[in-house]
Design a protein around this ligand. Sequence first.
Ligand SMILES: [Zn+2]
Length: 621
Amino acid sequence: MFCLFSPTFAILWRRKFSLVFYGLDPRETLNYSIPDTVIDDIRTRSDLVEIVSETVGLKKAGNSYKGLCPFHPEKTPSFSVSADKQVYHCFGCGASGNVFRFVRETQGLSFFEAVKHLAEKAGISLPEPRNNGFENTDHNERERIRSINLQACQVFREQLKNPQQGQAARDYLQSRGFDQEALDSYEIGYAIPSWSAMMTQLEKTTKTTPAQLDQAGLVKKKDDKDEYYDRFRNRIIFPLKDPQGIIIGFAGRAIKDEDIPKYLNSPETILYKKSRYLFGLDRARSSIRKEDSTLLVEGYFDQMRATVNGITNAVAPCGTALTSQQILLLKNLSENVTLIFDSDPAGLSAALKGFELLIDHGMNVKILILPDGQDPDSYILKKGREDFLQKVNEARPFLEFHILDVISKGDATTPSGRTEIANHVLPLLAKLRNSVERAEWIKFLAERARLDENALLSEMKKNVHLQRPKMEAYKENAPSKMNPETYLIHLMLSGGQTAIEEIKSRVTLDEFLDVKMHAIAELLYKMADDGRTIRIDSILDMTDDPEVTSKITQMGLNPIQFDNIEQALVDCIGAVKRASAEGKIKNLKSLRNQAIEAGEIQQSREFQIKLKELETALRAS
Ligand SMILES: [Zn+2]
């Protein structure tokens, strides 16, 4: 048994932040073109508590501050700000970050704009951005693609407005009922039917090579040839914007129905990641937060139609199956979502898949099926805003819809038909986290399918047992729930460079089995390699992963005070190595057994020898 509960640990849970481990680091090397020393200077002279106080009422609670979270609706404060660590963490929704992140999120700014904003506030003047290709390759490439996209968007818009060239596209958009104001507001454009018009134009105006335009996703390379051609031809163009409103890619819709594919998107680039993208989120963000609800529609025109009619909380995954990353983006804003998908079988099956993932993430899901196979675009155009909002108000809980749907397609008149219905619905109900809610749906199912409620309940217990929630709710972890890997990270955070060197020399990254702990350890090892002082708020600038960020700030706000760091180090390193060795042994055993079964005696012996070695080493540790 791991010795976390031995006296050496004597963890004084959530006591004062008596260890001051985060000093200033003049050598910080971030991948931004404002010198790191300047960024650090701004960081140091911007007090997070002060900045947050401008928008959130904060009260002192111990050594941190608490207030109502600006990122999710709540009645009791779960948003904490640490003055020591200069990080915030919401124990309700998991929102987390440092001063730059807070300004970015609350004011919808890019990193640079946030830095500029805070620099002005602190009275620090920014030097001209330096321009050395090496350290800032990623950043430079991002900036270059941003600027190419911006220019491309201009060209597409001009082409749409061109009296001759844009005529067909304008006619098409007009026939769908979009006026100039709507098109301007979305910066809709048109790609003329040419193989090289965009490339030629951008080469001239942006002084970029076709290869660079390829990286931006605007041109494509011919197979086996060093020649390129325009990716978008004869298509209506939607600029795709990130939540800050920066153009990261494009979607092109065919004007003629015979042109396939109907929609053609930018490929994945350094800026555009399909699985993390939701169309319209840049516009809908504040409404979703304010109304505490998201309307999830299917396509670009649905989202656009809703928005230009004043229904401002709609976003669209646009052709991709809903992903966890997309859900996390929404969950940060609201846990309530209404799916408005097409009522054809494909639409319904997409809705069901989306639903399962949404409840895995603890979201409340409703569904709205519009009559006569209409989509939000056609429905709002025909019936208007009020009628549509009325429909949204009548949206039913997804489970109600789904249960009735399964019953209507099954046969509730025979025992086997009823069992089949139950087997269909129970796994989904098992995903619900709230047991009261679950019990209510079981009752609903029992009544509608004429099933025995108690039998369902006991069947359910088996199902629930099999389910493990994929996402843990963000909770302040009790020490008993922690594993040695978590302790090791705490030790690195509190012990700084020395502790990291010690841990790094004995524990490889592979030995961190927990995905998040692995990611944090990797960042900390890198910081130590670069000779940087370990500061929680600096680590946050090294990752974009909200789950990792959230874990780091959570640990920062709940530091552990070790009374004997050396002993804790020895214990934790031992425990992590043992867990890793045990995993290897298990693996080897199964390999050995496979070899025996396959009659590979020689190989099974080799495995056996390795196994013995490992087991001996493990016993000795
Ligand atoms: Zn929150």
